[in-house]
Design a protein. Structure first.
Length: 122
């Protein structure tokens, strides 16, 4: 349960990172972030992980100079996005590694359960 919920949460995180990267050059776009929350299962002592509310990064938007841009003001500047591609690449790499770790835990649990069933059949 924990590994599956972790994989689902990291997949959601990767979707947000991908959206941020795709909108790096979109004027006025604010980076989206999400935290993770523990979700206690009703019948289990162990909890699960789920993605929390998606929030917009409130850091300043970059000012870009391009007088020919349709959104430029009288001085020739417009608001770009606040997405830092280096941060997004690092987040994507971290999410991928966390996903892989959860997948390995899931596979290990499955193998252990299968081994127990094999022992019980004998």
């Amino acid at each position: 349960m924990m590994a599956a919920s972790g994989m689902k949460a990291q997949a959601s995180r990767l979707r947000l990172v991908s959206e941020n990267m795709a909108n790096t050059d979109t004027p006025g776009f604010r980076r989206k972030t999400a935290s993770f929350e523990q979700e206690l299962a009703k019948l289990e002592t162990m909890g699960a992980v789920k993605q929390g509310r998606v929030r917009l990064d409130q850091s300043e938007l970059t000012r870009k100079y391009d007088p020919s841009h349709p959104m430029a003001d009288d001085t020739g500047y417009y608001d770009g996005s606040n997405v830092n591609i280096i941060v997004e690449i690092a987040d994507a790499r971290e999410a991928q590694r966390s996903y892989d770790a959860n997948l390995k835990m899931f596979e290990q649990t499955r193998k252990m359960s299968s081994s127990v069933l094999d022992l019980l059949r004998r």
